[in-house]
Design a protein around this ligand. Sequence first.
Ligand code: PLP
Length: 391
Amino acid sequence: MRRVTSDPLDALSPATLVVVAAGRPDRAQGAPVNPPLVLSSTFVSQGVPGPGEPLYGRMDAATWHPFEETLGTLEGSTHPALVFGSGMAAIAAALSLVPPGGRLVLPRHAYQVTLGYAQDLRDRLGIDVTLVDIDDTSAVVGALSEPRPASMLWVETPTNPMLEVADLPALVDAAHAVGALVGVDNTFATPLVQRPFEHGADVVVHSVTKYLAGHTDVVLGAALADDDALHARLHAYRTLHGSIAGPFEVWLALRGLRTLALRVERAQSNAAELARRLSTHPAVAEVRHPSLPSDPGHERATRLMDGFGAIVGLRPHGGPDAADAVVAALRLWVPATSLGGVESTLERRRRFATESVTVPEDLLRMSVGIEDVEDLWNDLAQALAAAPRPL
Ligand SMILES: *Cc1c(COP(=O)(O)O)cnc(C)c1O
């Protein structure tokens, strides 16, 4: 994804781009190397401000720009990303592209609150919502045209928390053939591992809260569109709904983004190593990680992604009680929801009554962090040894 340009700073690899994310510092003696955090809500203006001149903090903020431009470049978009107050605010903006009375096809195992929002759209706007198994390409293709053409296909890949891998290029082709837009939630993969625009997606969203910010101290979202008209609609949505981000959150996220390549590389290698060891552990009934050659998503992930991500699904022997016992016995791993932070966390997803009933009761979703892999393994091994064994 190197861009051809005469400026050497425009032809950087993603691992360098994230470091340079702060932009191009003014090289004057004494100039700050990092972009300033500007908290002003309004800016001096008289008469009609010219294009790009700061006016008011809901419309634009200079502190957003380095993050928005870097994420836009990483995703391969011609436009900067648009930051939003949370991942859900970005998802709401993207789903606003489905017209009232339209049809939305989305994964059965999409992010739980995305599913809740789709239900809200159905109740309020008469949007017809169809849930699909996103890794079952022929089922998705069928759902796109029957009973009537879809307005939008929503894709998460790998899915949360089941780690199903979609055949994204095939789904994009099928969606476009019926005139549907394709929105992709790229939170799990990050643009270092998967770039949906390369496969023809129309809109990409992120919960920046997760890997992009990466330090479990920010709630933030982003939406991207490559097409001029779609980008303008998302931008207008943000300004009209006021679903903006605070400058400080974006400044923190930029700091996190600068280590994204290192963090993702380490977290992915930790995840693959732990998945490999767990797959032969006697207390383990099932492990899901696309890095495992036996995993149903392995072939597609190898073909379509530049890595396998750092989320692992674990089902210990002994059912939900054993899964809860594993969580309780861990000392280093943190029992918590969310994912993508430097620290390893895990949770039994079905502890939430709202989680899809097709998610196994005993499934632990593990977000593997960047700690030393032996420390993570030792803690898991002692917790699995403490959990009840099958008879
Ligand atoms: C967390 C998450 C979201 C929601 O993002 P927030 O920043 O919590 O609003 C959306 N999609 C996925 C895949 C997520 O993991």
